[in-house]
Design a protein around this ligand. Structure first.
Ligand code: FAD
Ligand code: SF4
Length: 467
């Protein structure tokens, strides 16, 4: 096979030194010629295993084939029929663990750049005009969706397409969930997110912000005011902490708080915006997942001169998308593998000055399926720091479930759903996304929203009145 067909067509990324000082998007996307060239690598397999590797089952060879023939509008229609958030997913999905991992080309060469092609098509559609006409509800049943993250947005979009009148209630002042408050603009620009959300509004999805269900309004009340079914997609926004001395010092942030201040509240424009953020010269994030990469790369962009990632396991076990990890290295992030914080150290004024750590070695595989880190006795040392950002994972926020007596949760605080359908312990109340699985991925949340919409449709179709 000629070399040109063996390698994945690379995507241009902005210069690392330049981009590490601003929030402009790092990846620049394919041009038409690159997209067509990459699409021609696809084998159009008899057994397109890539489709089963995709949680929303995008007809991958079909949309790639349309790119190869130059029919990008048709490619967009195919893509959007399976995934209402292709511009988002083309940017943030961990394709290397999903469709691209199983792609037959990967058996001998590099997999097809499915994510890059998805992004190309969605961006083309954005600049050339989306063709779906505005929609009005054609059924008399109404569905309430709680949470405007990917699970809620996709569930709402699917139901609106089926003719239901759908309202999303979102606790924050802007929709998007983690896509808005967690993932920074240099990975997912807000205007891309806004555009995909506007398409959902165009087909009839109503979004009401600043409503915290369980506080402003209760789930039972949603039925009283005329909704026939409810979908809960409240995500997993409750940060975990280390439980070590010094965590309450000034200058210690949870990654959620740190990223929300930057992304949602735009603290880097303070005092033009209302929310301040203190960031010193040396900042460390504890953790090495996607959230950790976002936090430490953001720290560099808001003024830190040194950014470290401290992780108790090794590079092999870290969970960040490989592309984000490489981008972080290029931007100067320094990784301290096999290093575990045991105490955060502060000064008399109550501000962080450093972190005491221990060196680790890896032992047997633990319940997470990864090698368990074990402390090496006598290996303590101190890393001087101005800020620490804790990125240790998130659990579901307990507010809604604690204020809704009929809802069952498991030991991890996740909502319990039935095994065959995503219905919770309450009749006509469905759930999906991180609120059910614990912190996972955008596409898994989107897939859960799609499945729940199908289940709600089946439930409500039993006594449908279709106008
Ligand atoms: P969320 O996105 O959390 O949305 C839930 C929404 O519900 C929020 O808007 C919240 O405000 C709202 N809500 C909560 N409680 C209430 C209530 N009581 N009433 C009303 N509204 C409520 N995944 C990837 O695939 N790729 C990545 O690169 C990636 N990077 C990430 C980076 C960060 C910083 C983080 C934190 C996560 C990342 N993830 C990534 C994970 C991914 O974003 C989540 O798995 C996904 O967003 C979950 O979607 P969701 O709809 O279930 O929840
Ligand atoms: Fe194309 Fe890979 Fe899917 Fe085969 S498995 S159809 S090569 S994307």
């Amino acid at each position: 096979m000629p070399t040109k067909r063996v390698k994945k067509t690379p995507m241009h990324a902005r210069d690392a030194k330049l981009r590490a000082t601003d929030f402009i998007e790092v990846n620049q996307g394919y041009a038409m010629a690159q997209a067509r060239f990459e699409s021609e690598r696809c084998l159009r397999c008899q057994d397109p295993i890539c489709v089963s590797g995709c949680p929303v089952h995008i007809p991958i060879p079909e949309f790639i084939h349309e790119i190869a023939t130059g029919n990008i509008q048709k490619a967009a229609n195919i893509l959007r029929s399976a995934n209402p958030l292709p511009a988002v997913c083309g940017r943030v999905c961990p394709q290397e663990d999903q469709c691209e991992k199983v792609c037959h080309m990967a058996e001998r060469f590099k997999p097809i750049g499915i994510g890059y092609l998805e992004r190309f098509v969605a961006d083309w559609e954005r600049t050339h005009g989306h063709t779906e006409s505005p929609k009005k509800p054609s059924r008399d049943q109404r569905v309430a969706v709680i949470g405007a993250g990917p699970a809620g947005l996709v569930c709402a979009g699917e139901l609106a397409r089926l003719g239901y009148s759908v309202t999303i209630y979102e606790g924050l002042h802007a929709p998007g969930g983690v896509l808005r408050y967690g993932i920074p603009e240099f990975r997912l620009p807000n205007d891309i997110l806004d555009w995909e959300i506007d398409l959902l509004k165009n087909i009839g999805v109503d979004i009401v912000c600043n409503v915290v269900v369980g506080k402003t309004i209760q789930v039972d009340h949603l039925f009283d005011i005329g909704y026939s079914a409810v979908f809960i997609g409240t995500g997993a926004g409750l940060p975990r902490f280390l439980g070590i001395p010094g965590e309450n010092l000034n200058g210690v942030y949870s990654a959620n708080e740190f990223l929300t201040r930057i992304n949602l509240m735009q603290s880097y424009k303070f005092p033009e915006t209302d929310t301040p953020l203190y960031v010193g010269q040396r900042v460390a994030v504890i953790g090495a997942g996607n959230t950790a990469m976002d936090a430490i790369r953001s720290a560099l962009r808001v003024g830190a001169t040194e950014g470290l990632s401290i992780y108790r396991r090794s590079e092999k076990e870290m969970t960040a998308r490989i592309e984000e990890y490489h981008h972080a290295i290029e931007e100067g992030v320094i990784f301290h593998w096999l290093t575990n914080p045991i105490e955060i150290i502060g000064n008399e004024a109550g501000w962080v000055t450093g972190v005491k750590c221990m060196r680790m070695r890896l032992g047997a595989v633990d319940e997470s399926g990864r090698a368990s880190p074990q402390a090496i006795a006598g290996s303590e040392f101190i890393i001087p720091l101005d800020n620490i950002v804790l990125s240790l994972g998130n659990a579901p926020n307990p507010l809604l479930v604690n204020n809704t007596p009929g809802l069952k949760k498991n030991k991890k605080g996740c909502l319990v759903i039935e095994t065959d359908i995503p219905q919770t312990s309450m009749k006509h109340v469905y759930a999906g996304g991180d609120a059910v699985t614990g912190a996972a991925t955008v596409i898994l949340a989107a897939g859960a929203g799609k499945d729940a919409a199908a289940a709600i449709h089946k439930d409500l179709s039993k006594n449908t009145s279709h106008v």
